[in-house]
Design a protein around this ligand. Structure first.
Ligand SMILES: *Cc1c(COP(=O)(O)O)cnc(C)c1O
Length: 401
């Protein structure tokens, strides 16, 4: 039997992507604008099913950057950002010469803690005399943030929210799609996300003028004159018509991708149900509907006697890719000097968490293999530990007891 590597999360084509690209070639729309871009944006808008205007961009990072610019973030400003996330959530704050303020997670969703958020807002006001100018929340691994609690706090202090839903396309909170909760929402179509354009992103805007301004900034901020004339600094951030063609094809199969990721999560939960010391991250209740971009587990290393990195290395040796959780940004050397409001939650999750293969292309057999290998490793290690405890050297001997 040929063994193939089981990957964490890889792109899968739906079928009609090539057709959209061919159309673009035939009509010579090999440009950073064109019918695929507009079509892709409309597809996303109708999928989100909420009054909004979507602008397709070259990356999710670019989308966060343009959101910050439109919220007027600049030198001397502070922006709160969930600490437990990928660095791309916070980097654009620094592009704008503003200061990231990191806030820890709560344990139910692994996302920004309402208690620490309010604490951070009040403490910044006390220390600097100003409120933070924006809040970046992240629906990590597809799990929606505790929106009700967070939105109440944000509106109480009148601070706009940027919802980084880069990992959460298709996730819902109380039936409403992630990406539509803040002043701006962000999506990513990088190769490992829910859908891909081989690299790309989108900014979800509330109002048509904001979408217009986003397009303007993303296409070098050219003023409407017969010659090139600039009043603002512009960016080259628009998605190309070719990449958007891939996106249109992907939107056709998005519902299948979503249901498969969710199925994979349920299968993992079932298969791990009888394993003490392994907990599969799940939605807390019916208000939350994660897309389960990646299925994550938390292990109790005191029960299992192994670390998540031991498990990762073992899985890698049997051709299974897994990954440690995001290392919180307040622990990253590059953000050493940023204030952080932390209670240890994300550090504990980082120490004990692992992402398991979750690509929609995985078969049930693949998922079973991941679980079987993981159980086998834990079992062997547990036996080894026991054998050390009773002073035996051979694992074979202990199996005979
Ligand atoms: C992937 C990702 C981004 C960045 O998106 P790109 O399209 O890769 O620039 C931002 N935030 C989070 C949480 C992500 O996972």
């Amino acid at each position: 039997m040929e063994s193939k590597k089981i990957w964490l999360s890889i792109a899968q084509m739906g079928g009609s992507e090539q057709q959209y690209i061919n159309d673009a070639f035939e009509k010579n729309w090999v440009t950073p604008l064109g019918p695929n871009v507009t079509g892709f944006e409309k597809d996303i808008e109708s999928f989100l099913n909420q009054e909004c205007h979507v602008v397709a961009l070259s990356s999710g990072t670019a989308a966060i950057h343009l959101a910050l610019i439109q919220l007027g973030i600049g030198a001397g400003d502070e922006v709160i950002c969930q600490s437990f996330t990928f660095s791309a959530s916070a980097n654009p704050i620094v592009y704008q010469c503003a200061m990231p303020i990191f806030v820890d997670s709560e344990i139910d969703t692994w996302n920004i803690s309402p208690i620490l958020l309010e604490k951070a807002i009040l403490d910044r006001k006390m220390k600097t005399g100003k409120y933070p100018k924006a809040i970046i929340i992240v629906d990590l691994y597809g799990m929606p943030v505790k929106m009700d609690e967070i939105l109440i706090i944000a509106s109480q202090y009148n601070i706009p929210i940027i919802e980084d839903a880069a990992e959460a396309l298709g996730s819902e909170y109380k039936g409403r799609k992630c990406g539509t909760f803040g002043a701006f929402g962000v999506l990513s179509f990088n190769g490992n996300k829910i859908i891909t354009t081989s690299g790309g992103g989108a900014l979800i805007c509330k109002r048509a003028e904001q979408a217009k301004e986003t397009v303007f900034l993303a296409t070098q901020a050219k003023e409407n004159r017969p010659y090139y004339y600039h009043e603002k600094i512009g960016y080259n951030y628009r998605l190309s018509n070719i990449c958007a063609g891939i996106g249109r094809g992907q939107m056709e199969v998005l519902p299948q991708f979503l249901s498969r990721r969710r199925e994979i999560n349920s299968l993992y939960s079932e298969l791990f149900a009888d394993v003490e010391g392994v907990y599969v991250m799940q939605c807390r209740d019916k208000m939350f509907n994660s897309n389960y971009w990646l299925t994550c587990i938390i292990i109790d290393d005191t029960v299992l006697g192994v670390t998540v990195n031991d498990i990762r290395l073992y899985l890698d040796s049997v051709d299974i890719e897994s990954r440690l959780l995001w290392k919180p940004l307040h622990m990253q050397p590059v953000f050493d000097s940023c204030p952080a409001y932390i209670d240890g939650t994300s550090e504990r999750l980082f120490r004990n968490g692992l992402c398991l293969p979750s690509s929609p292309a995985l078969t049930n057999k693949d998922v079973e293999k991941v679980v079987t290998e993981l159980k086998k490793y834990i079992c062997d290690k547990g036996t080894e530990k026991l054998s050390r405890q009773v002073g035996l050297t051979s694992i074979n001997e202990i199996k005979h007891i």
